[in-house]
Design a protein around this ligand. Structure first.
Ligand code: ADP
Length: 397
């Protein structure tokens, strides 16, 4: 959670900083381009109208062509452009039909003025220098932008650490509280359960059937509570380990074997519940992981499939390899999960229909399943339509 929060902060900070930086650099570029353009257009205007030559500024050419198509150069400050080239440039200007524009191939900007029914006078300005300056500005902007972004990244990493510290501390305290409380509750619960168990197992200790029934109810409630406490403890431990390198403790796992063991142990549960279990497990599915955690994941998905499937229906478990990935699917038919609840089923304490009190559960199973999958670098999702529900896991080995 804390890592997600920091990542979000860094993303937002970098997004805003990059947008501002880009706006600043692009704004500077555009204003410089407009300034250069303004300068040359003014110089072209005075050269064209008043015959004024540029002094120390943009080199200019003024030429005109008359009725005979003969081009006359009035003056030329761009020494490397020959009269033939000027004549060709004037022809190009004629073809564009514009009063003002650019001839990019010749690095010239022009301003054109009609001198008669077919005659024109054209002033050209050399824009090679302008283009070179703008290119240089682009290059330096890219360097400045890159360095600034790197600086912002370092700053955002440091800031994110500082900003999430109070949240991290509150989160740590809450986690510790949940872990301690669950741990403390485990012993009295175990004691209460074993005493209830013992009382129930002694023959003839309940001549009154009503009292026996009361103790049965107490046992069911205690078992539910034990399950809840254990799940809370698992999640609190998982949160405490957040960010620690799981991979270091992983070992090679034969998923084919592990899932076969898990489904075999669930067969009597399905049989007692009046469901069928169909198992299709591909051979040789291996990955790095924690056997205990993966067994817990299979247990959660199989237990849910049994609990939420229709009586007499068949639950299918499939394990297969797809390229470099291992895919697990657990599918069942029943009431299904409504589309609006589908994105929330992995949230802590979320139950689709809490009023379905007859199905035991506390809404923590899938949160634990998601955590186990994400610690193994995988992805878990649910699909449900027309009463057919599937939980799918993809491990990237
Ligand atoms: P719990 O089963 O303890 O309520 P979970 O986190 O395991 O909690 O599941 C959350 C909810 O998702 C369940 O209450 C149930 O409504 C729904 N759900 C889970 N698995 C299935 C399934 N296989 N088929 C239909 N609904 C399911």
């Amino acid at each position: 959670m804390i890592r997600k929060l920091r990542r979000k902060f860094i993303l937002v900070f970098m997004g805003v900083a990059s947008a501002l930086l880009a706006a600043l650099l692009i704004g500077l570029y555009l204003s410089n381009a407009a300034h250069y353009r303004q300068m040359t257009v003014e110089a072209l205007g005075s050269a064209l109208m008043e015959g004024r030559r540029a002094r120390g500024g943009v080199p200019l050419i003024v030429a005109e062509d008359g009725p005979g198509g003969q081009v006359r150069v009035l003056f030329n400050q761009i020494f490397f452009i020959t009269e033939e080239e000027i004549a060709a440039a004037v022809m190009e200007v004629r073809e564009t039909g514009q009063e003002m524009g650019e001839l990019p191939a010749r690095n010239l900007r022009f301003l054109c003025h009609r001198t008669g029914p077919s005659g024109i006078r054209v002033a050209f300005a050399d824009i090679y220098g302008e283009k070179a300056s703008l290119h240089a500005q682009l290059a330096s902007s890219a360097v400045i932008g890159g360095v600034a972004l790197l600086g912002f990244l370092l700053l955002s990493v440091a800031l994110s650490r500082w900003i999430v510290r109070p949240v991290e501390e509150a989160w740590k305290k809450q986690r510790q509280f949940v872990a301690d409380a669950s741990h403390e509750l485990k012993t009295p619960l175990t004691v209460a359960l074993s005493n209830v168990d013992m009382a129930l197992s002694i023959q003839g200790s309940f001549p009154d059937e009503k009292n026996r029934r009361r103790l049965d109810i107490a046992e069911t409630a205690l078992l539910r509570m034990k399950d809840l406490v254990e799940k809370l403890l698992t999640l609190a431990r998982g949160d405490a380990e957040e960010g620690e390198a799981d991979a270091a403790s992983f070992v090679p796992i034969d998923l084919t074997y592990l899932l076969s063991c898990s489904t075999a142990s669930f067969e009597p549960v399905f049989f007692d519940a009046g469901r069928c279990l169909r198992v299709e497990i591909a051979p040789g599915c291996q990955m790095m992981g924690s056997a205990g955690k993966l067994l817990e994941l299979f247990g959660i998905l199989l237990d849910n499939a049994c609990k939420y499937s229709a009586p007499g229906s068949t639950v299918t478990v499939r394990l297969e390899r797809e390229g470099g990935r291992i895919c697990l699917a657990v599918e069942n038919d029943g009431d299904g999960i409504p589309p609006e609840a589908l994105p929330r089923v992995f949230e802590r304490f979320f139950r689709v229909d809490p009023s379905r009190g007859e199905i035991a559960g506390c809404g923590l199973g899938l949160s634990i399943a998601e955590e186990i999958v994400s610690r193994h670098g995988g992805k878990i999702w649910a699909e449900s339509a027309g009463g057919h529900t599937g939980f799918y896991v993809r491990f990237f080995k």
